[in-house]
Design a protein around this ligand. Structure first.
Ligand code: SAM
Length: 236
């Protein structure tokens, strides 16, 4: 089933698609008048539509019926230090599949210097959302420093930081008795890990729980997937 994340409301009868989506449907997928396309967003839910008009430069879809009601998603925020290009794309795709709602890039002492290309990231997130059958696209938040993140004071509960080689409880264990409808923030470090200064800093912040992801040292993108996988199963 072809799915498109679109800005529309339940009141729309027909929608003239933006150029990019028109091109995708008619030139890439080679859909024709009469073909079915599902459109969705977090406010309207998912709707079945039929491709009703196709010209060289645009196409129009006609709404048929609602397939899924919108759902309320509790915030699941992944705070990460930018990684190399391929690892970053992999993390975005997998975190989206696993239900992340907010992605927060963070500058740390040992992080890669890597510019955030917001437009490109938005496309990657949208594509991953469309294929994973969720009803929303994760929000990319502005970059913050590690110190601002941990001192932010907005983490009354449900904030976890992954630390390798630390004598702390496993993330899955920590989540087990918590209310799975509550917001959750998960912080991972860069390839070089957190500096000893950062680890010491976080130890003094009571609202942030240190967790283990197992006995082996994982690459940062693997750590993100393991953590997001634990949250995804906890959410159920
Ligand atoms: N460079 C570090 C080293 O070898 O000592 C390893 C850093 S690891 C590649 C990147 C991040 O993944 C860490 O900062 C941590 O947040 C997370 N991580 C990796 N393995 C982990 C584990 N077993 N438990 C908890 N966090 C882990």
């Amino acid at each position: 089933m072809t799915r498109l994340y679109l800005d529309f409301t339940q009141l729309c009868k027909t929608i003239a698609l933006p150029v990019e989506e028109s091109h995708y449907l008619t030139r890439v997928l080679r859909l024709k008048v009469g073909d079915i396309v599902n459109v969705y967003n977090e406010h309207a839910g998912e709707w079945s539509t039929v491709l009703s008009d196709v010209t060289k430069s645009s196409c129009v879809i006609t709404i048929q019926r609602q397939m899924r009601e919108p759902v309320v998603e509790p915030m699941t925020r992944l705070i990460y230090a930018p990684l190399k290009h391929d690892a970053m794309a992999f993390l975005f795709e997998k975190a989206t599949e696993l239900g992340v709602t907010h992605l927060q890039p963070m500058v740390t002492d040992f992080a890669q210097k890597y510019a955030v290309h917001a437009d490109k990231v938005a496309r990657q997130l949208k594509q991953a959302s469309q294929q994973s059958e969720r009803l929303s696209v994760p929000v990319l938040l502005p970059v913050m420093t590690f110190d601002a993140v941990v001192r932010g004071g907005c983490y009354a509960e449900g904030t976890y930081i992954a630390l390798e080689r630390a004598d702390v409880a496993s993330f899955a264990h920590m989540l087990a008795d918590k209310d799975s409808s509550k917001p959750c923030t998960f912080i991972i470090g860069p390839e070089g890990g957190f500096s000893s200064r950062e680890v010491e800093l976080v130890k003094g912040i009571p609202g942030i729980v240190q967790v283990s992801l197992g006995r082996t040292v994982l690459r940062a993108e693997t750590a993100a997937i393991v953590g997001m996988g634990a949250i995804s199963m906890w959410r159920g």
